[in-house]
Design a protein. Structure first.
Length: 186
């Protein structure tokens, strides 16, 4: 009788353990959810003439204008990545909040432009500057000049001093491209 009681007790305990388990007990998937960037605003201010301000909006890869750059001038550049919300766009703090998961790379074509990441730029915990705020010194530019800007998400490594400390176009390994825009700059 005692043996039958012990077997019943074990079966009851097993029933309770397995009946309390649900399919929701599986390990949750690590998913990085973020808002999709729908618009990039590039603002340049001429350091020698604060009234010389140029703004280009890029929506779905299409720029609403081009930059008028002059050889010998230096411009303060600011990037604003914006999220689509119903019928308008608003600035996103996500890039700054997740600074260690992002990095901006600049690539001028048919233009000799030195880029320096400014002192007021956002600094990642690895000491590298993100690239939201920079200074562009125009050495020369052709009528076919362009500036390509990429926002990289989750790079394995970043180097703000590529190709040099005086021209910080930036370089990454790994990661995914969140934004890839090209603006005419001549």
């Amino acid at each position: 009788m005692k043996k039958l009681f012990n077997i019943t007790l074990v079966l009851l305990a097993a029933f309770l353990v397995f009946s309390c388990r649900s399919d929701d007990d599986s390990i949750p998937e690590d998913v990085h959810e973020h808002d999709e960037i729908g618009k990039v605003v590039l603002k340049l201010t001429n350091k020698a003439d604060a009234t010389d301000i140029q703004t280009v909006n890029v929506i779905a890869g299409q720029a609403d204008g081009h930059l008028h750059l002059h050889a010998g001038d230096t411009y303060l550049a600011e990037l604003d990545f914006q999220i689509a919300h119903e019928d308008h766009y608003h600035s996103s703090d996500e890039i700054e909040e997740e600074k260690d998961h992002h990095f901006i790379v600049f690539n001028p074509a048919n233009a000799d432009i030195n880029v320096l990441r400014t002192a007021n730029d956002i600094v990642r915990t690895d000491g590298q500057k993100l690239g939201l705020r920079s200074e562009w010194t125009v050495n020369s530019v052709q009528t076919t000049g362009k500036m390509n800007i990429k926002l990289i998400h989750g790079p394995a490594t970043v180097n703000q001093n590529y190709p040099s400390a005086t021209n910080q176009l930036g370089q990454t390994t790994g990661g995914e491209t969140d934004v890839d825009i090209t603006v005419d700059a001549h």
